[in-house]
Write a new protein. Structure first.
Length: 181
């Protein structure tokens, strides 16, 4: 099954960078070739190709739903549709709208299955690369949630726990002329 893991967010708006931080950890793991992890700072029409070319989509993003900061949730199927109806999380195009549009553009293809892994944020109006402490603490849980969805081995899940990135490296800060990841 071709799976695309789309890690969303804006690393310059504190907790909105949570999805990207999860993605940077996933990119360092030996995942199977049928799994493609992408850092996607925008959820918009450019993601239609990603949705259309996969059998399964895993979206990872920060969210603001009123839960305690750092709460990690996994939603799929109808639960995701109910949660995302009319909401765009922190982006311009809502998840439900994106999936509906992808299906309308390619009605002959069965729609991709969709799973959402979200971390409740607290700091969405502050600029900066540091995540709030509760969101930072939830990153390993979100990484593990994605790995469980992918059916990753215990060995890979253990490797992920060792890959906690310091904030500068996690944000892709330049060091010595090269990007650190």
């Amino acid at each position: 099954m071709r799976t695309r893991v789309l890690c969303l967010g804006n690393e310059l708006v504190r907790d909105d960078g949570a999805g990207i931080r999860v993605g940077r950890i996933l990119l360092r793991l030996p995942l199977p070739p049928e799994v493609q992890v992408e850092l996607a700072p925008h959820l918009g029409f450019d993601l239609l190709d990603a949705v259309a070319s996969a059998e399964r989509i895993v979206l990872v993003d920060a969210m603001s739903t009123g839960r305690p900061p750092g709460t990690c949730v996994t939603l799929d199927g109808r639960a995701l549709e109910r949660h995302a109806a009319g909401a765009s999380l922190s982006h311009t195009l809502g998840i439900a709208e994106l999936m509906e549009l992808a299906h309308r553009l390619a009605p002959e293809r069965p729609p991709a299955s969709l799973v959402f892994v979200g971390i409740e944020g607290a700091a969405f109006s502050d600029y900066g690369r540091e995540l709030s402490p509760a969101v930072e603490a939830a990153i390993p849980e979100a990484v593990d949630a994605v790995l469980r969805i992918l059916g990753a081995s215990e060995e890979i899940r253990a490797m992920a726990k060792e890959l906690r990135l310091p904030a500068a490296a996690a944000s892709g800060e330049r060091a010595g002329g090269r990007w650190r990841v």
